[in-house]
Design a protein around this ligand. Structure first.
Ligand SMILES: [Zn+2]
Length: 284
């Protein structure tokens, strides 16, 4: 079990910590839903605490304010089944590990909880999108503020769940900013702007026109982009075409569902303008 207010605090800690550092937001307030009110952190805690559980939620940032979003329909949630890590924990912390203390470290705040509380929290708040933590045995040599360190020691913490976002793994230079069209047939040999040897097979364009469009051969585009960036750029080229068709053929409910899914996927990411418009128009 976890007290409703503590669970709500942990949710705010997790969501606030998951925001990439390139996105600035006011640390003292939260918006409750994209059409909702801006309230203090304490009011947000009270609001979360009284909502029915389980409560699926995620965060986005708009206008310099963190928005808590609550999807209106059920999407497949990837919540970890209860007890998945029991064996690992028992081995390290003993069979009574659920009563042991864990330091939950966020970007702006920290909290000491038991494993049991964490387990209840995960069941009550299936948090979607860009968040998560890395869990490790607590050694006392972690990069955490002094007050968190001494509180964790006093509580006999054996474990740390670090919710702070690791920006080193972010690769968002191009995600949502470019689309890649295929040249059929490829241009003539030497038309790749990079190597000037091979035929150009793809054209990279920036939605916001930040850089000029460039025609590249297969090898040069593979050198420049990760497989994930390439796939995303290609899929956004197809989506540009398919969205227009969807608006003509899909029912209002299907469009609302698509828009809500887009809102979850693109939260906290640079969002292509046509998808931003789609979300704004059709999201419930
Ligand atoms: Zn080339």
């Amino acid at each position: 079990m976890i007290e409703p207010e503590r669970a709500a605090r942990l949710t705010l800690l997790a969501l606030r910590s998951g925001v990439p550092s390139r996105l600035d937001f006011r640390p003292d307030v939260v918006r409750l839903g994209h059409n909702g009110q801006v309230v203090s952190l304490q009011d947000a805690v009270d609001d979360l605490a009284q909502r029915p559980k389980p409560l699926a939620c995620y965060a986005d940032v708009a206008g310099g304010v963190l928005a808590l979003e609550f999807p209106t329909r059920i999407f497949q949630l990837s919540a970890r089944p209860r007890g998945t890590l029991d064996e690992w924990y028992i081995e390290r912390y003993g069979s009574d590990f659920r009563q042991r203390a864990v330091l939950c470290m966020g970007r702006f705040e920290w909290m000491i909880a038991t494993f049991e509380e964490l387990e209840s929290w995960e069941a009550e708040y299936p948090v979607l999108g860009k968040t998560g933590y890395s869990g490790n045995p607590f050694t006392g040599s972690e990069d955490v503020p002094e007050d968190a360190l001494s509180a964790a020691r006093r509580a006999g913490a054996v474990h740390i769940c670090d919710f702070r976002r690791r920006n080193a793994n972010e690769r968002e230079d191009t995600t949502g900013r470019i689309f890649i069209a295929r040249r059929e047939p490829p241009d003539v040999a030497g038309s790749c702007v990079q190597c000037r040897e091979r035929p150009a097979r793809f054209v990279i364009e920036w939605f916001a026109g930040e850089f000029p469009r460039r025609a590249l051969c297969q090898r040069c585009i593979d050198d420049e982009l990760s497989p994930g960036e390439f796939d995303m750029g290609r899929s956004l080229d197809r989506e540009r075409v398919e969205r227009a068709a969807a608006e003509r053929t899909k029912s209002p409910d299907e469009l609302a569902r698509m828009a809500e899914w887009d809102a979850i996927f693109w939260a906290l990411r640079p969002t292509p303008p046509f998808i931003r418009e789609f979300i704004d128009q059709y999201r419930p």
